[in-house]
Design a protein around this ligand. Structure first.
Ligand SMILES: [Zn+2]
Length: 70
């Protein structure tokens, strides 16, 4: 019995893939935070032009959505 070399390699490969996925997720999270910050800066400097619908309004420039319900 016992594990063959192929089984061992497959397990190692899938573990490496897990580590790779976690590294990529971390990178994407960092990138997402940067993009959010960039979008926020854009919105702070935006001269909003809102289009209204029933319950909210959305800026056509920066896509900021504001609720109209109080
Ligand atoms: Zn705007």
């Amino acid at each position: 019995m016992g594990k063959s070399i192929n089984d061992s390699n497959e397990r190692e490969n899938s573990m490496n893939r897990v580590i790779q996925i976690k590294v990529e997720m971390k990178q994407l999270e960092t990138q997402l935070e940067q993009l959010k910050r960039e979008l926020n800066i854009f919105r702070e400097n935006c001269n909003h032009e809102f289009v209204k619908n029933d319950y909210s309004q959305q800026c056509t420039k920066c896509h900021l959505i504001e609720s109209l319900q109080w």
